[in-house]
Write a protein that binds this ligand. Structure first.
Ligand SMILES: CC(C)(COP(=O)(O)OP(=O)(O)OC[C@H]1O[C@@H](n2cnc3c(N)ncnc32)[C@H](O)[C@@H]1OP(=O)(O)O)[C@@H](O)C(=O)NCCC(=O)NCCS
Length: 165
């Protein structure tokens, strides 16, 4: 099956929220353990679209199966930075779709003038770490006990990519 990568739009909001909820409930990858309330996500998605920020979804036929975003952080001195988030439904992982989504979203981030992309990834997520390394993200340190889910601490790696241009 071929996948399509598209900017997020209003008709995808409910399915994006549902996919986020699936990945969050795995309790292994994201900061969330479930999706935020839908009304809150609606405001969040609409703000992204209104500001033409970097958020793409992956579609298999018409079904939304993943997302990637690179979103602003607070503070004038950090206006050149975006924070990366990504997630795919379990059944579409390991087929190169993550790479495709990342390439598209990173290209837009550079096009919008960002020069640094940051992320946090749990040390027990080798697939994501390998993918980020392959794209050129560098390790910048370990955040100890940075994740606490169901009573279990996990370290995370801080990684970042600078615009090669
Ligand atoms: C992380 C994620 C987005 C990656 O997307 P994906 O489509 O599964 O990844 P891809 O198929 O593009 O590439 C994965 C790479 O990791 C490699 N890989 C797979 N299993 C691996 C393992 N156990 N150890 C190391 N590398 C591994 C693959 O070989 C592939 O490398 P290649 O391109 O050289 O073949 C996806 O797996 C996902 O949604 N995971 C759950 C959510 C998540 O972890 N989000 C990130 C939080 S920081």
């Amino acid at each position: 099956m071929d996948f399509t990568i598209s900017p997020n739009e209003e008709r995808h909001f409910a399915s994006l929220h549902a996919v986020l909820d699936v990945v969050a409930r795995e309790q292994r990858y994201l900061a969330f353990v479930q999706a935020p309330p839908f009304e809150q996500s609606l405001v969040f998605y609409r703000n992204i679209i209104a500001r033409d920020l970097c958020q793409f979804v992956a579609l298999e036929a018409d079904e939304l199966v993943g997302w990637c975003d690179i979103l602003p952080v607070m503070g004038e001195s950090r206006a050149h930075i975006g924070t990366l988030g990504i997630g795919l439904l379990p059944r579409v992982r390991g087929k190169g779709l993550g790479r495709k989504l990342l390439d598209t979203t990173i290209a837009k981030a550079w096009h919008k003038g960002l020069t640094r992309i940051e992320l946090s990834v749990r040390v027990d997520n080798p697939v994501a770490i390998a993918l980020y390394e392959r794209i050129g993200f560098q390790h910048e340190g370990t955040r100890r006990n940075a994740s606490l889910i169901a009573g279990r601490y996990c370290d995370t790696y801080a990684m970042a990519l600078l615009n090669p241009a």
